[in-house]
Design a protein around this ligand. Structure first.
Ligand SMILES: [Zn+2]
Length: 130
């Protein structure tokens, strides 16, 4: 008999599942009938990932840099962009202070604010419009 907690495969499996569900260490301890320390130590040894909410997991991977590029825009331009149809490229053309100013308005890539051509420009840092 081990002096402390005996970790059977079954228990390890349960620990992993509860950990994955995002239960707190003490909650997991209660479920398994072991001390908080035992859970923490085991989790550490198993190299279980730091828990995060399921939402954070998916959005962290999916989120493109659209938000960042929107932040780069001057406020007035950003406001215009909001009103602009989401299905049209919002790449600015011309001078925002002038009447001729407008947007590219080509059909956008799904989930992107720009057409393929301007996506290339937008996501490669170079913003040299001609
Ligand atoms: Zn465009």
């Amino acid at each position: 008999m081990a002096e402390e907690t005996s970790w059977t495969d079954e228990r390890l499996e349960k620990l992993r599942k509860l950990w994955d569900k995002g239960l707190s260490i003490s909650q997991i301890g209660e479920e398994l009938g072991v001390t908080r320390n035992a859970v923490a130590g085991k989790a550490h040894r198993l190299k279980l990932p730091k828990r995060q909410s399921p939402i954070a997991k998916t959005s962290a991977k999916k989120a493109p840099k659209i938000v960042e590029s929107t932040k780069e825009l001057p406020l007035r331009l950003a406001l215009r962009q909001i009103k602009w149809s989401r299905s049209k490229c919002v790449w600015p053309h011309g001078d925002p202070k002038k009447v001729e100013f407008g947007f590219c308005s080509e059909p956008v890539l799904p989930g992107k604010p720009y057409c393929p051509e301007h996506c290339d420009l937008a996501y490669t840092t170079s913003r040299d419009g001609s």
